[in-house]
Design a protein around this ligand. Structure first.
Ligand SMILES: NC(=O)c1ccc[n+]([C@@H]2O[C@H](COP(=O)([O-])OP(=O)(O)OC[C@H]3O[C@@H](n4cnc5c(N)ncnc54)[C@H](O)[C@@H]3O)[C@@H](O)[C@H]2O)c1
Length: 414
């Protein structure tokens, strides 16, 4: 039987729209893009050109896609966070399969509305929780499913955001404030909260949380500093100096992210201009940021497993690190390697991890492969999260943030 080629419309042809469409560029025999929408004409033009999308199926306003729904089977929604809910709901109503970027939406009400519509539509619906789809996660799940860890009792999970990454994205950049974006757990750590429930294999019952914006604020502004790094008398001693993070990196030969956020193409002149007068040249102690720079969340799952999660700016930028404590062994995971210590034998063994293809340690490719297979077979069980499971991880994030702000222990209300 001929294999069905899945036809996609892509709403939002920026960084994530392009990253996910890489699958269609590489595997046109499995999936193609037949329509796209983005209010940025240049982003749309470049995207359409690279994927061979007819100009007649490209729109500045995604609502126009609703008139050509015969032209595609599935939709990728990769617009900014605040603009996910309406297209997600509309395309579910049109009985399209939907792949929606995380986070689903900034409010619990919108998340619930999206999931209700997804369930009604009875099509494939997935959130881009890419960590579920990496060969690294597959290896961890395989150990857990094999029983060699025994039963999981507790988990420790660390997200080392990294000092300069925090300064770039969450102090100076687009994710710095709940007024223009989302709170930190939703913006950065909703992947982790989703991943933990996938690893633990149970719904979360209760959460508590503590955390603050303890460092990147006016109180810690050094004496003699200025509001912009290039005017600052003490920046040479500051690890967060924009000169250090951007200009010195360029001089060392770096050309990619995050430099390309400041200047495209990445040139010394472009970076100097951005550091001199743009938001990325501001002193980290004199920005309009309000998201936390460190936070802990304690979680109790319905199967009695406990987990502690820490997100922190104050590390080298690196991979997430996890210890999974079972009744028969300890699984130590550092983002690249996984090793199992067996209590009975006293031996430690490396766990084999499959090769990763593409971005997010193979997560983007794995997600697209599963989603395309699920749509081709019209079998939602081929993706690794149901609409309910995705809602669950968002509810945990909302509850944990409430617990942090109000000093309470929150029950997850479904
Ligand atoms: N899964 C992940 O690991 C991951 C990683 C990064 C970002 N994200 C999420 O992906 C989404 C997109 O982020 P990005 O980094 O690609 O941003 P981006 O700014 O690079 O791209 C967003 C695109 O959407 C377009 N757009 C804005 N409003 C639109 C509308 N109403 N209709 C159609 N297009 C519209 C913009 O013009 C832009 O081209 C966000 O929700 C973000 O949080 C997910």
């Amino acid at each position: 039987m001929a294999h069905k080629i899945v036809r996609f419309a892509v709403v939002g042809t920026g960084s994530r729209g392009n990253a996910l469409a890489e699958y269609m560029r590489e595997r046109p025999g499995e999936a193609v893009v037949t329509a796209a929408a983005d209010p940025n004409p240049e982003a749309l033009r470049l995207f359409a050109k690279s994927l061979g999308v007819n100009a007649s199926n490209c729109f500045g306003d995604w609502h126009d896609l609703l008139d050509i729904t015969d032209e595609f089977d599935a939709v990728i929604i990769s617009t900014p966070d605040f603009s996910h809910a309406e297209p997600a709901i509309e395309f579910c109503r049109k009985k399209k399969h939907v792949l929606l970027e995380k986070p689903m939406a900034p409010t619990e009400k919108e998340c619930r509305a999206i999931v209700a519509e997804a369930k009604k539509s009875d099509r494939v619906f997935a959130i881009c929780h890419v960590l579920r789809y990496t060969p690294y996660t597959e290896a961890i799940r395989k150990v857990i499913d094999s029983g060699s860890l025994g039963t999981i009792q507790c988990v420790q999970h660390l997200e080392p955001v990294g000092f300069w990454h925090q300064a770039h994205s969450f102090v100076r950049g687009n994710w710095r404030s709940t007024k223009v974006g989302n709170f930190m757990l939703m913006a950065k750590s909703c992947h982790d909260l989703d991943w933990l429930q996938y690893i633990v294999g149970a719904e979360c019952d209760r959460v508590s949380s503590f955390g603050s914006l303890g460092y990147f604020n006016r109180e810690n502004k050094p004496q003699g500093s200025a509001d912009r790094c290039l005017d600052c008398g003490v920046e040479a001693d500051c690890p967060y100096s924009a000169r250090h993070i951007y200009l010195d990196s360029y001089d060392r030969g770096e050309r990619e992210w995050p430099l390309d956020v400041l200047a495209r193409p990445v040139t010394r002149e472009g970076l100097e201009k951005a550091v001199k007068s743009g938001p990325y040249g501001r002193c980290v102690f004199a920005c309009d940021n309000d998201v936390v720079d460190h936070q802990v969340v304690n979680l109790l799952y319905r199967n009695g497993v406990t987990a502690s999660f820490t997100m922190t700016a104050f590390t080298e930028k690196g991979d997430r690190r996890t210890t999974i404590c079972g009744s028969r062994g300890e699984l130590r995971c550092d983002g690249e390697h996984v090793e199992l210590y067996d209590f009975l034998s006293g031996e430690t063994k490396d766990v084999e991890i499959g090769a990763a293809e593409g971005g997010h340690a193979g997560g983007d490719f794995g997600l697209m492969k599963s989603f395309v297979s699920a749509v081709a077979a019209e079998d939602p069980s081929l993706v690794r999260s149901s609409p309910e499971a995705s809602l669950e991880s968002h509810l945990i994030a909302f509850a944990a943030e409430k617990a942090r702000l109000e000093g309470t222990v929150e029950r997850i209300v479904r």
